[in-house]
Write a protein that binds this ligand. Structure first.
Ligand code: MLT
Ligand code: ZN
Length: 460
């Protein structure tokens, strides 16, 4: 590509241009999202280098796609053949751990779990735990405002970011937010960058709020026949216990994970759904309290069977029943929906979606699981063997339109935690008003007048 040699000279470094390599840097995990190998990949090592690269690209209107680890599920990090991909994988230093303020300053390429591990020896933790936490980067987590299994207690990524260092498309470097807890000084620009998926600027450093490390915890898996009753169970447990997770999955999801991974089923009775909940041992009587709540739910007929972990290793094994679902489903090339509605409306919504799929798409198998404590449902449609990938995809696009309409009716969101990227942009209007979309376009123009930062993502 024409700009590559000039940019190499300008930066004094070599770019990656071998298409076998650039293609792996030019997409995330999203199935069905289009991409082509970028013109070049810059493995950035310093903020100054990024600044020079962005100023260069801005002047020549070269599209820039920022990449963390590529763990996204919406095509937000997908590139095309005109783009420069800037990978942050080499910028992976924990710059500072400040125990007194429970803060860490990190480069954007630090892996989520590496930060959590590094702060453990100080009795602290980094708690947002996206399913990809073993390999996703903090920069990517911030850019997508990633969620996870324990958000019900600890919140999503945005609740843990204090400040960001961002390179603007002009090459200018700005600091937004503050390491101090309070700084009420007009507009909060930092939160514009969180969840903006690389469309406003390039996040190269973050100041992260840590927390006291969680206490030992117990995990329960409960068998529930009706989805509405899972919500009753959630309401009942969360009234009396400070839950750190409340997840659910269907019997179909459990069957698939057990046969794929060889895990042990938690108990003999089969039920349509399972709730997995976790609580920390924060007071001496907490286990008795949890057992009393369990018995209360059994007495009311909501819970049919259940198990509580007797050790940390059993707790880990119970978690695997939920955590391994996503990886298990890849073999069916699933079409993923990551949606949210208010907890009180989830049961009706789920029934409406099941009805819709049963009537109009009887060939499709739908697998439900998700972070029900947050109202976040993962609806994966599995590709029937008889369908080609294209046939399957175009039918799923129709389903998504109908689900979008239902979400609008239920005042829900077309994306809960996976972001919008390429895959959900056509449905964004079901969650955000025309006025909001126009305001977002104005903000984009203000930060990125030459339209080079991850163009084509989120909205046109
Ligand atoms: C999960 O909750 O397992 C993740 O969001 C990944 C997925 O939905 O596939
Ligand atoms: Zn999830």
């Amino acid at each position: 590509m024409s700009f590559v040699a000039e940019l190499e000279r300008h930066l004094g470094v070599s770019l990656i241009t071998d298409p076998d390599i650039t293609s792996t840097y030019s997409r995330d995990q999203a199935p069905f999202a289009s991409y082509s190998p970028a013109a070049a990949v810059l493995l950035a090592r310093t903020t100054e280098e990024i600044s020079k690269a962005l100023a260069f690209c801005s002047e020549r209107k070269i599209p820039v796609v920022t990449r963390g680890a590529g763990s996204g599920l919406s095509g937000g990090a997908n590139a095309d053949s005109k783009s420069l991909v800037i990978s942050l994988e080499k910028m992976n230093q924990i710059i500072e751990i400040d125990s007194a303020n429970q803060l860490a300053r990190v480069q954007a390429g630090v892996i989520n779990l590496d930060l959590d591990t590094a702060v453990k020896e100080f009795g602290m933790a980094y708690l947002p735990d996206p399913a990809s936490r073993d390999w996703s980067t903090l920069g990517g987590n911030v850019a997508t405002n990633a969620g996870g299994m324990c958000c019900v207690k600890y919140g999503v990524t945005s609740h843990h970011v204090r400040a960001l260092k961002v390179v603007l498309s002009s090459g200018e470097v700005i600091e937004v937010g503050k390491a101090t807890k309070k700084f009420v000084t007009t507009l909060d620009l930092m939160h514009l960058f969180i969840g903006s998926e690389g469309t406003l600027g390039l996040i190269c450093e973050a100041t992260i709020q840590l927390a006291r490390a969680p206490l030992e915890s117990s995990v329960m898996v409960l068998g529930v026949e009706n989805f509405a009753e899972i919500v009753d169970v959630l309401t009942c447990f969360s009234r009396d216990l400070d839950l750190s997770a409340f997840e659910f999955f269907s019997q179909q999801a459990l069957d698939k994970v057990v046969s794929h991974r060889g895990h042990t089923v938690p108990f003999k009775t089969e039920t349509a759904f399972y709730a997995l909940l976790e609580f920390e041992h924060s007071s001496p009587g907490i286990l008795d309290k949890a057992m009393a709540l369990f018995e209360h739910c059994v007495d009311l007929g909501w819970v049919v069977d259940g198990v509580i972990s007797q050790s940390q290793s059993q707790a880990k094994n119970l978690w695997k029943l939920r955590e391994d679902i996503s990886e298990t489903l890849w073999q069916w090339q699933p079409y993923k929906n990551d949606i949210s509605v208010r907890i009180s409306r989830m049961a009706d919504f789920l029934e409406d979606v099941d009805q819709l799929v049963m009537e109009q798409y009887p060939d499709f198998e739908v697998i439900w699981y998700g972070h029900i404590g947050d109202g976040n449902l993962h609806l994966n449609i599995l590709k029937p063997e008889a369908f080609s990938v294209d046939q399957f995809h175009s039918k799923c696009v129709n389903v998504s339109e109908e689900i979008g309409q239902l979400l609008a009716k239920y005042e829900g969101s077309v994306s809960a935690e996976h972001g919008v990227g390429l895959l959900k942009k056509d449905y964004l209007h079901y969650s955000r008003s025309a006025v909001e979309m126009d305001m977002m376009r104005s903000i984009k123009r203000a930060f990125d007048p030459n339209y080079i930062m991850n163009p084509g993502k989120l909205f046109d």
